[in-house]
Design a protein around this ligand. Structure first.
Ligand SMILES: [Mg+2]
Length: 181
């Protein structure tokens, strides 16, 4: 079993410009590559878990999301960082079209994506870490039994940057290696 760093995407890996779905609009947060390299060098697998209700809302489709994901993973590769998996939730309980509108168990704050990653990748959640910019990230990790839950303030919506489930709060992912390593 591998320990893992779970990464929310928008507001953690990239600046959250809301419903980002093209490489042109995807702006990496300063220091994200070197932070992830440090995690990897210390034995953590890197797993992205991202709510993407923009798919359900019809703002972009799954193939656009996958295209952006392949591009993002390639950028990490170029910096010597392997992303072990990217898990996404396209649903929304109210504001989504057709089959995408449902009360799923994968949309954070529910832990479904984290549990799916654990099963697929053989992850040791009790020694893993969540990095997110919203309370829902912290709650999903708490529900999954992830003990270290780091809230970053780099997301656009600072009103979301508080949670009683966070075990640490820092300005951005660039500061997380100092906490963990
Ligand atoms: Mg976020």
């Amino acid at each position: 079993m591998h320990k893992a760093i779970f990464l929310d995407r928008d507001g953690v890996i990239n600046v959250d410009h809301a419903y980002v779905h093209t490489p042109e609009a995807f702006q990496f947060i300063n220091g994200v590559f070197s932070a992830c390299k440090a995690f990897q060098d210390n034995g953590y697998k890197l797993v992205v878990v991202t709510n993407q209700s923009g798919i359900g809302r019809g703002y972009y489709n799954e193939s656009q999301f996958q295209h952006l994901t392949e591009w993002m993973v390639a950028q990490f590769d170029e910096h010597g960082v392997t992303i072990a998996g990217v898990f996404f939730c396209p649903h929304h309980p109210k504001n989504a079209l057709g089959d995408y509108r449902k009360a799923c168990d994968c949309r954070k704050p529910f832990p479904g994506m984290l549990l799916q990653a654990k099963a697929q990748l053989g992850l040791d959640l009790a020694n893993s870490v969540m990095i997110g910019d919203k309370a829902s990230d912290m709650e999903a990790a708490f529900a999954a039994g992830i003990p270290t839950r780091v809230l970053v303030r780099s997301g656009q919506d600072l009103s979301e940057a508080c949670s009683d489930k966070a075990t640490a709060v820092v300005d951005s992912i660039a500061h997380v290696p100092d906490l963990l390593i």
